[in-house]
Design a protein around this ligand. Structure first.
Ligand code: GDP
Ligand code: IMO
Ligand code: MG
Length: 421
């Protein structure tokens, strides 16, 4: 069997949680391959909203195995909170979740380093979620990190203390930065005890075994391609590879095991945190998108910046990921806009540019194509044929430009508000 991959093509929050939840009945295994509690994936069903951070979005479906892959960075505190809440809802988390031995641990001091680094950057800050993501991946590539498997080792405490002391020395370099980790550290060690109650696996072996045994696997990306550490709007990115290739690294599966690549995008664009956003709107239309789309961070509650769909960026993401099917989310948010714009090129220094450029911080003027809005409520529609002409024109233009079919359309947050073509 193959690994199908679901990933965000923009700056995150495209609606990955909803899509994974909708697709899960077709898969026996759901696996997260990168990121950590910087992610917030929302699932709406039965009048409730559930926000998942480190746990795969297949957790609410019967019989699905949920794997936290080695590419993920795990904070025992958030993990214990999240699993505790799920248990309260009657989810048998211990039976359904398996954690890779090679996943790295976010230490309390990693969070402090994230906060200190952001404070020191001042205006140039990344707008990090302050969950310790960057410092943890730095320790991973710097070969200093602690991994989930290490909690089983008799020398765990000694290694924890050594890394903590190293971090304390680093934190001393940030002038004026004060912190107190005592309380969080106590929670962290309680979280380690929670982790010990879970099944810890050699994930690469398990993944390949499951595939060889005919299990269909869905890999769930976090963040979005434009936040990828290599291909995103660097340095305003996260610290992991959010693109499709990251699924191979983060799960231990070979590239020829990848099947469908589901690329998710919003019918417009949002970004939370700092960094370039060529089609960002600073006017009433931007505010309307934010209000109608409830564009506030699922993790931090921060306002998400809003703008029109950017096809220069979308085509780039489709290319890097080898997207085989597009999934358009939050289409209903555009219901009331009389005119809808899509950036088809950028003007940079008097030149028309259609390839996503190296430097997106430069003066970029998007060149827009305008579409007539559909000006009606599409939330109740369940078959593609029923969509208004203007809506179909919008969708079919995106398909022609990207060369990829739009196979799923979402018209509301609920599981049921989904059209599969
Ligand atoms: P993720 O991080 O990619 O999983 O996305 P988030 O959960 O952070 O943000 C997406 C938000 O949009 C959530 O609040 C979803 O419930 C909501 N949502 C998803 N699909 C739709 C849709 O088609 N229409 C509307 N109005 N909301 C949606
Ligand atoms: P999901 O999975 C949107 C952004 C942060 C910041 C930058 C770096 O829900 O789509 P980090 O904490 O990773 O060091 O922050 O990346 N960011 C996200 N934005 N959705 C996310 O996840 C994000 N995870 C990180 O706002 O700009
Ligand atoms: Mg999110």
């Amino acid at each position: 069997m193959k690994v199908d991959v679901v990933l965000g093509l923009q700056w995150g929050d495209e609606g990955k949680g909803k899509v994974v939840d909708v697709l899960t009945p077709d898969f026996g295994v759901i696996a997260r391959f990168q990121g950590g509690p910087n992610a917030g994936h929302s699932l709406h069903f039965g009048d409730k909203v559930h926000v998942l951070r480190s746990i795969p979005s297949g957790i609410f479906r019967e019989n699905a195995v949920n794997i936290i892959g080695n590419g993920v960075v795990l904070d025992p505190v958030t993990f214990a909170q999240e699993t505790g809440e799920l248990e309260q809802l009657g989810v048998d988390v211990k039976a359904k979740i398996r954690i890779a031995k090679k996943a790295h641990l976010i230490l309390p001091t990693h969070r402090m380093l994230d906060a200190a680094s952001e404070a020191a950057k001042g205006k140039a800050k990344i707008g990090s979620t302050l969950k310790g993501i960057g410092p943890t991946y730095m320790d991973k590539t710097g070969r200093n990190g602690l991994r989930v498997g290490d909690i089983l080792s008799p020398s765990f405490m000694e290694r924890y203390e050594r890394l903590k002391q190293k971090h304390i020395a680093m934190l001393a370099q940030f002038e004026g930065f004060t912190y107190d980790i005592a309380e969080y550290e106590a929670q962290w060690f309680a979280g380690i005890e929670t982790l010990r109650q879970f099944t810890i696996i050699e994930a690469e072996h398990e993944m390949n075994r499951l595939l060889n045994n005919g299990q269909a696997v869905l890999a769930e990306g976090a963040q979005g391609s434009l936040l990828d550490v290599d291909y995103g709007t660097y340095p305003f990115v996260t610290s992991s590879n959010t693109v499709c290739a990251g699924a191979c690294i983060g799960l231990g599966v070979a590239p020829n095991r990848i099947g469908e690549v589901f690329g998710i995008f919003k019918a417009y664009c949002t970004r939370v945190g700092s960094g370039p956003f060529p089609t960002e709107l600073f006017d009433q239309t931007g505010k309307d998108l934010q209000q109608i789309g409830h564009e506030f961070g699922a993790v931090t509650g921060r306002e998400r910046r809003c703008g029109w769909l950017d096809l220069v960026a979308l085509k780039y993401s489709a290319m890097i990921n080898g997207v085989t099917q597009l999934i358009m989310m939050k289409s209903d948010v555009l219901n009331t806009f009389p005119t809808i714009k899509v950036a088809v090129a950028y003007e940079i220094g008097g030149q028309r540019v259609t390839e996503f450029p190296y430097e997106t911080n430069e003066e970029i003027t998007p060149i827009y194509k305008e579409f007539e809005g559909w000006s009606c409520d599409i939330n109740g529609i369940r078959r593609y044929e029923e969509f208004p002409r203007q809506f179909k024109e919008y969708v079919e233009f995106i398909e022609r430009e990207t060369g990829v079919p739009v196979k799923i359309i979402s018209v509301g947050p609920d599981r049921d508000e989904t059209i599969v073509r």
